[in-house]
Design a protein around this ligand. Structure first.
Ligand code: IPM
Ligand code: MN
Length: 360
């Protein structure tokens, strides 16, 4: 029995997650997969009800489930709250508590969408990148942090970037393992020309490679150069490994290669639990209008089936159903081009489900 905690969150998070849940229900009904889902409040919706973005109870439930399916958190309503109780802090707390140290963000350019990118077709065609972002350390969690009041009346904002060898080792291993099943190349991203923490990053990644993974090609790039090369020669990348903040930035950039953030799923994995969520946010501007793209959420569900439940076949079936729907010309607003058929969030979900049913 697969126990899944569903946290739709805020904004379009609830709409796209609804589509994914329908797909899970279909798998339970028609493909005999034993799935048990439970819903809970998270992010802004939890703040409204409980005053905090995530309750201890929800953290416990997450720890006791095999996987968490998350929508998105945040919105204008909660923007000006104190840092500790912002929706985003709930997400960081959940990641930390579940120790999901490796965040996998695949950026794949689908042939049907090659013209949806803002980059030239010749550059983005056949791009298939997996960003592996360290997710529970680095500057996001380093202490000291905060805003200090100084004697001279000025204020000082402080954050700290530190990484321990063990934190770098485990995520580096994950990146090499994943590369071994793909195109056997890892590009490690750092800023070792300026930051000591990043000197340790580079040295540790190199050592892990020397010890066990010399069959994988290893490239090191400074983050500024990596950001440039990613739009210059995106096809030359296979796995891109980065710390928390650089990975956050690089993965948004990689997303844009594919045309829309609405297409990008993610898996956050560790030894204690797993979280699957679209890379996009809660998009308050389009929330409640049934125009969001549910594909990132559905692809996150496909990642869940693969990484948490070893159901690679069904995971692939979901991906193929999405490809078929796109090949047939159906598009949500974010990936719409002239001559195609524009559909809403729910309808896109129905179309994907119909394709999946055909595979029975
Ligand atoms: C992401 C988001 C989050 C992050 C925010 C919402 C805390 O941008 O998942 O990439 O910075 O990790
Ligand atoms: Mn981000």
């Amino acid at each position: 029995m697969a126990k899944i905690l569903v946290l739709p969150g805020d904004g379009i998070g609830t709409e796209v997650t609804e589509v994914s849940v329908k797909i899970l229900e279909l798998l339970a009904e028609e493909k005999g997969i034993e799935i048990e889902t439970e819903n809970a409040l998270f992010g802004g919706s939890s703040i409204d009800e409980h005053g905090v973005p995530v309750t201890k109870d929800v953290i416990e439930k997450a720890k006791n489930s095999d996987a968490v399916l998350l929508g998105a958190v945040g919105g204008t309503k909660w923007e000006n709250l104190k840092h500790e109780i912002k929706p985003e802090s709930g997400l960081l707390e959940l990641r930390k508590q579940l120790d999901t140290y490796a965040n996998l963000r695949p950026a794949v350019v689908y042939p049907a969408l090659v013209d949806a990118s803002t980059l030239k077709k010749e550059i983005v065609e056949n791009v298939d990148i997996m960003v592996v972002r360290e997710l529970t350390g680095g500057i996001y969690f380093g202490t000291p942090r905060g805003i200090d009041n100084l004697d001279d009346g000025e204020q000082k904002g402080v954050n700290t970037l530190h990484y321990k060898t063990s934190e770098i080792e485990r995520v580096a291993k994950m990146a090499f393992e994943i590369a071994g099943k793909r195109n056997k190349k890892v590009t490690s991203i750092d800023k070792s020309n300026v930051l000591e923490s990043m000197v340790l990053w580079r040295d540790t990644v190199t050592r892990v490679w020397k010890e066990n993974y010399q069959d994988i090609e290893l490239e090191h790039l400074y983050v500024d150069n990596a950001a440039m090369q990613l739009i210059r020669r995106p096809r030359s990348f296979d796995v891109m490994l980065a710390g928390n903040m650089f990975g956050d930035i690089i993965s948004d950039e990689a997303a844009q290669l594919t045309g829309s953030l609405g297409m990008l799923p993610s898996a956050s994995i560790g030894d204690k639990g797993a979280i699957y969520e679209p890379v996009h946010g809660s998009a308050p501007d389009i929330a409640g209008k049934d125009i969001a793209n549910p594909i990132a959420s559905v692809l996150s569900t496909a990642m869940m089936l693969k990484y948490s439940f070893n159901l690679d076949g069904i995971s692939l079936e979901i991906e193929n159903s999405i490809k078929t729907v796109l090949d047939k010309g159906f598009r949500t607003a974010d990936i719409y081009e002239e001559g195609k058929t524009k559909v809403g969030c729910r309808e896109m979900g129905e179309l994907i489900i119909n394709e999946l049913k055909k595979n029975n």
